[in-house]
Design a protein around this ligand. Structure first.
Ligand code: SF4
Ligand code: SF4
Length: 307
């Protein structure tokens, strides 16, 4: 049975060790569930909702029907030689996952204690020291719940771990302010400078995100600006110029990263019974990306195209 998070606050989607492209050096990334944005291009839809969710992988189903017998809500059926969940009935209790030995059903989002997370992260302390790395807390949005995150940050700092936060920036300033004593840098997403267009693409306005970025910069915390580059949505020269002009007022910027669209998350939408609305958007070409990189560099920024 799914239990309340041991932290009482956040569920962990996954912990990835030895990553690159998440700030300096080798980094362990802790992915937390729960995000206030709904970006059309999101490649990790399983990180959006705060609570655990059952993912379905029909090609692994062996039609044993064990799951049907334990579902208290009659939300599950095996038809056409595979399993189906009626999402309008399912409450993600996880009972079916416990009896599915073929892993056709998997529960996304687990409870970890702060100690378990710190112990996991410190397994690679020697690599952090050698590479100048550490940990990045990502999501979802890591700063949604300051009580949880401050406890985690304190635990990590007691182990002298370098800490980055990968944020969408759409949280109350108080949440960010409480974490500042522990944070070594932010990976900060800026998606669009036009407020209404930002709302159309992500579900929220960009005003709080931009105002928080200004406030963080005034505190001299290093900022890596990350721009997802989505053809036809935010890749216009006008938008990239506007982001650069905004960034020129942020004194603590280290680099600007361009992150090209990919469609690798489509299968994740399928497994959650959700639709991915932009799978017909073409991928950006290397040539266009290089031109955008040159444009960013013309403002004096170091610019990195992320794989
Ligand atoms: S328990 Fe797993 S393998 Fe068996 S019918 Fe259900 S989903 Fe398929
Ligand atoms: S997670 Fe959903 S489908 Fe599975 S047992 Fe619980 S209610 Fe039924």
């Amino acid at each position: 049975m799914l239990s309340e998070s041991a932290t009482g606050e956040r569920f962990v989607l996954s912990v990835s060790r030895m990553t690159i492209h998440n700030g300096p050096g080798l980094r362990t990334v802790i992915y937390l569930k729960g995000c206030p944005l709904r970006c059309l291009w999101c490649s990790t839809p399983e990180s959006q909702k705060a609570n655990p969710e059952v993912a379905v992988y029909p090609n692994k189903c062996i039609c044993c029907e064990e799951c049907i017998s334990v579902c208290p809500l009659e939300a599950i059926a095996v038809t056409d030689e595979t399993v189906n969940i009626d999402r309008s009935l399912c409450n993600n209790c996880g009972r079916c996952v416990e009896v599915c030995h073929s892993e056709a059903l998997q529960l996304l989002g687990q409870s970890w204690t702060i100690k378990e997370l710190v112990d996991e992260v410190t397994k690679d302390s020697a690599f952090y020291k050698r590479s100048g790395g550490g940990v990045v807390i990502s999501g979802g949005e890591p700063l949604l719940n300051p009580d949880f995150i401050v406890k985690l940050l304190r635990g990590l700092k007691e182990e002298r771990i370098d800490i980055g936060i990968d944020t969408c920036g759409y949280v109350p300033w108080e949440n960010i302010e409480r974490t500042l004593p522990y944070i070594d840098f932010f990976l900060w997403d800026i998606k669009h400078m036009d407020t209404e267009r930002h709302r159309e693409l992500t579900g929220v306005s960009n005003e709080l995100i931009l105002s928080n970025a200004r406030s963080v910069s005034k505190k001299n915390i290093p900022l890596y600006i990350r721009i997802p580059v989505i053809p036809g949505y935010n890749d216009s020269e006008e938008n990239i110029r506007a982001i650069c002009e905004f960034s020129q007022d942020l004194s603590s910027i280290v680099e600007i990263h361009l992150i090209p669209l990919h469609h690798l998350g489509k299968g994740r939408y399928d497994s959650l019974g959700r639709s991915y609305s932009i799978d017909d958007v073409p991928l950006i070409t290397d040539n266009v990306l290089e031109n955008l990189k040159t444009l960013v560099e013309s403002y004096g920024f170091k610019c990195v195209i992320q794989a």
